[in-house]
Design a binder for this molecule. Structure first.
Ligand code: UT7
Length: 323
């Protein structure tokens, strides 16, 4: 018998405002055709003025709680993956804890940029396996529209806002790959690549700053590292690509998603793709894709999923779980 962190509920929230590629044509020197061809993005959502990351995360958390049939005080912990917390502190997680009216347990943020949700899932899994928590809410929530340099056409067209959430709870499994829940995880980072993708603000500057990216270089690392980490996570439990029902990738660029699927020898009919509708929502992209994939009827109970993501740091990793 083995303890497993099993998905009990999923939900998401996207702000009302939808911005199509054509809407950006008047802002910077770009075209709908360029954005679509180079990234696969067609539209993205932007938070309304005054709407914060914790607002989006709270809406996603409520949807996930409803899906799980649980109340806020049934949770032992909340982990939020974000790089766009409302304030430097307190954490977005404690703000969401307060907004949910959860009066016990503990809450904290995890910051691994676009790989944040994979890091947060791994942390939640560790808390559950060690017996420190039984029921954990894992949220990815971001307002990357607030980090854009609106004069930089190579980045400002790529990102969007949104939130997704999963409720994980301890269940007893047989210890085999047939168990539901998280089966393996694989994390990496390499700070030598910190200058490829960063925000030029923080405590060292006294301002929030703007996102800066060497797109081509990040692309090259993504194509190389994502298939590698997904394979590594599968191998840890004796699985291969052939066993995978769905790749649920970080949604940064359709060309990265396709190249990774090809390297893994998984057809695109087994990949959940939302990048066209959400753009790159950083740590929110995987839980958004999980929630949308379930709502579309793609992800079903018992399916074997592999999630993979890479972002600033560089930080990357993957999680294998049975839904
Ligand atoms: O989520 C974290 C991880 N992030 C990523 O995974 C992003 C990884 N990188 C990418 O997705 C791609 O590199 C981009 C979508 C950012 C760029 O695609 P690319 O094929 O690497 O294009 P590029 O940067 O090489 O630019 C090609 C051309 C350049 O013009 P020249 O120098 O060839 O004349 C750019 O100036 O496209 C130009 N360009 C644009 N043109 C129209 C750059 N941005 C735009 C734009 N509209 N928005």
């Amino acid at each position: 018998m083995t303890i497993r962190a099993v998905v009990k509920g999923v939900g998401h929230y996207l702000p009302d405002r939808v911005v199509a590629n054509a809407d950006l044509e008047g802002l910077v020197d770009t075209t709908d055709a360029w954005i679509k061809t180079r990234s696969g993005i067609e539209r993205r959502h932007y938070a309304a003025e005054g709407q914060t990351t914790s607002d989006l995360g709270t809406r996603a958390a409520l949807a996930a709680l409803a899906d799980a049939g649980l109340l806020p005080d049934d949770l032992d912990a909340i982990i939020v993956a974000t790089s766009t917390a409302d304030l430097t502190f307190p954490s977005a997680a404690t703000m969401i804890q307060g907004a949910l009216g959860m009066t016990q347990g503990f809450a904290f943020d995890v910051q691994a940029v676009c790989a944040g949700f994979v890091y947060a899932l791994t942390t939640a899994n560790a808390l559950i396996l060690s017996g420190q928590a039984k029921t954990v809410m894992v949220i990815g929530a971001e307002t990357f529209s607030r980090l854009m340099d609106w004069s930089d056409r190579s980045t400002c067209v790529l990102f969007g806002d949104g939130a997704g959430a999963l409720v994980l709870a301890a269940e007893t499994g047989l210890g085999s790959i047939a168990d539901r829940g998280i089966l393996s995880t694989d994390l990496h980072s390499d700070g030598r690549f910190r200058d490829l993708l960063y925000v030029d603000g923080g405590s060292s500057t006294g301002s929030t700053g703007h996102l800066r990216m060497e797109g081509k270089e990040v692309f090259r690392h993504a194509v190389e590292k994502l298939a590698e980490t997904a394979h590594a996570a599968l191998e840890k439990v004796g699985l291969t690509s052939e066993d995978v029902d769905w790749i649920v990738p970080h949604q940064a660029n359709i060309r990265i998603i396709e190249a990774t699927a090809k390297r893994m020898q998984v057809g695109m009919d087994r990949v959940v793709v939302t990048v066209q509708d959400h753009g790159n929502t950083s740590a929110a992209s995987i839980p958004l894709a999980l929630s949308v994939g379930k709502a579309r009827g793609q992800i079903k109970p018992g399916d074997l999923l592999v999630t993979e993501a890479i972002g600033g740091g560089l930080a990357w990793g993957s999680v294998v779980l049975r839904w």
